[in-house]
Design a protein around this ligand. Structure first.
Ligand SMILES: NC(=O)c1ccc[n+]([C@@H]2O[C@H](COP(=O)([O-])OP(=O)(O)OC[C@H]3O[C@@H](n4cnc5c(N)ncnc54)[C@H](O)[C@@H]3O)[C@@H](O)[C@H]2O)c1
Length: 302
C-alpha cells in the first residue's frame, strides 16, 4: 500500500472503533492509506463480547505503520464513558485534533425473544448504542468547542439490514441498530451547525460476524465482493471532504453496490373532523391504510 502525503484524507485524524478486525480493520487500513492518522481502537473480544484476542488493535496498527502509515493502537472499551473521555483527550493530545469518528465496534448475542436473557439484551445495547453515545458525546462537545465549523467533521455510525428488515432471532441487535439510525437523524440536525456531518453506513461484508449466519450474501465464486474492503471504500468517502451532503443519510454498502436508503415517511393517512368513532376508524383503516401497508419480509400477507 502506498501512503501518499497527498491522499484524499491527508491531514485528517480519524478514530475507528472495532478496528482490530472485520470492517473496522479494513476501514482503518484504507483511511491510513489515504493519508489520515488513525487511532485503531479495539477491545479485542469474541463475537459475543466475551474476552478474546486483546492484541487485535496492536496488530492492525503495526500493519499500518509498517506500510508507512500513521496509526496508534488503543484498547478502550467503548461502553466505558470515562475511558472514552480519556481516549478523546489522549487522541487530541497525540495528534493535535480529531476530525472523524467511526463507531464500527459491535457484538452479537442472537436469541429468539422468548429465550433472551436481560444480559443478552443489555450487552448488545451497550456496545452498539451506549458506545455510540459515549463517542458521540465527546465528539460533539469537542467539535462544538472548536467553534470554527469548516463542514469537515464526520460522525460515522453503523446500522444493519438486521434492523431495517427486522431479523427474527436478533431483537436486541435489531433494536440497537435502529436506535443508531435515530441517533444519526438527531445528530444530523443538531450538529450540522458545528460543521459535523453524521452519516450512517449499512454494511454487508464477509466477516466473523456473518460467518455463522444463514443469510450470508450470495456471491459469485471467486468474487471479492464480500471483502470488508468494499465497505471501507464507502466509509473513506464518508470520511472525506466531499460527503457533507450525506449528513443524516443511511448509505448501504454491499459488495460493489452502494445504495441510498429513504427515510421513514407517511405513505397514506386519513383524518376525521373530530374524534374518531371506533367504527369509522376501523372502516378507514381497512379501506385506506391497509391496502398501502407493506408486510414484514417473509410474511406475504398482513
Ligand atoms: N459484517 C456485516 O455484514 C455487517 C452487517 C451489518 C452490520 N454490521 C456492523 O458493522 C460493524 C462491524 O462488523 P464486523 O462484521 O466487522 O464485526 P467484527 O466482529 O469482525 O468486528 C467487530 C469488532 O468490534 C470489537 N469490539 C466489540 N466490542 C467492543 C468494545 N466494547 N469496545 C471496543 N471494541 C469492541 C471486536 O473486538 C471486533 O474486533 C458492526 O457494528 C456490525 O454490527 C456488519
Amino acid at each position: 500500500v502506498n501512503h501518499p502525503p497527498t491522499g484524499s484524507l491527508a491531514g485528517r485524524v480519524a478514530l475507528v472503533t472495532g478496528a482490530g478486525g472485520g470492517i473496522g480493520a479494513a476501514t482503518a487500513r484504507l483511511l491510513a492509506a489515504e493519508g489520515a492518522a488513525v487511532v485503531v481502537n479495539d477491545l479485542g473480544v469474541a463475537l459475543d463480547g466475551s474476552p478474546g484476542d486483546r492484541g487485535a488493535a496492536d496488530v492492525v496498527a503495526d500493519e499500518i505503520r509498517s506500510a508507512g502509515g500513521e496509526a496508534h493502537a488503543d484498547r478502550t472499551d467503548v461502553t466505558d464513558y470515562d475511558a472514552v473521555e480519556r481516549l478523546f483527550a489522549d487522541t487530541v493530545e497525540r495528534f493535535g485534533k480529531l476530525d472523524v469518528v467511526a463507531h464500527v465496534a459491535g457484538i452479537l448475542r442472537d436469541r429468539m425473544l422468548f429465550n433472551m436473557t436481560p444480559e443478552e439484551w443489555a450487552a448488545v445495547q451497550q456496545v452498539h448504542l451506549t458506545g455510540l453515545f459515549n463517542l458521540g458525546r465527546q465528539a460533539a462537545a469537542y467539535w462544538r468547542d472548536l467553534g470554527a465549523p469548516d463542514g469537515r467533521y464526520r460522525l460515522i455510525t453503523f446500522t444493519s439490514r438486521s434492523g431495517l428488515r427486522g431479523a427474527p432471532a436478533q431483537p436486541n441487535y435489531a433494536a440497537a441498530k435502529m436506535g443508531v439510525v435515530g441517533f444519526t437523524y438527531s445528530c444530523a440536525r443538531a450538529l450540522a451547525r458545528y460543521g459535523v456531518a453524521t452519516i450512517c453506513i449499512c454494511p454487508t461484508a464477509d466477516t466473523r460476524m456473518t460467518a455463522t449466519m444463514g443469510d450470508r450474501a450470495e456471491r459469485p465464486p471467486g468474487s471479492d465482493a464480500g471483502s470488508p474492503d468494499n465497505v471501507a471504500r464507502v466509509v473513506a468517502y464518508a470520511a472525506g471532504p466531499d460527503s457533507d451532503w450525506l449528513n443524516g443519510q443511511v448509505i448501504g454498502a454491499n459488495g460493489f453496490e452502494v445504495a441510498l436508503y429513504n427515510r421513514p415517511a407517511i405513505l397514506e393517512s386519513v383524518t376525521s373532523d373530530g374524534p374518531w368513532t371506533l367504527a369509522d376508524l376501523g372502516r378507514a383503516m381497512d379501506e385506506r391504510l391497509r391496502p398501502r401497508a407493506v408486510p414484514p419480509e417473509g410474511l406475504e400477507r398482513l
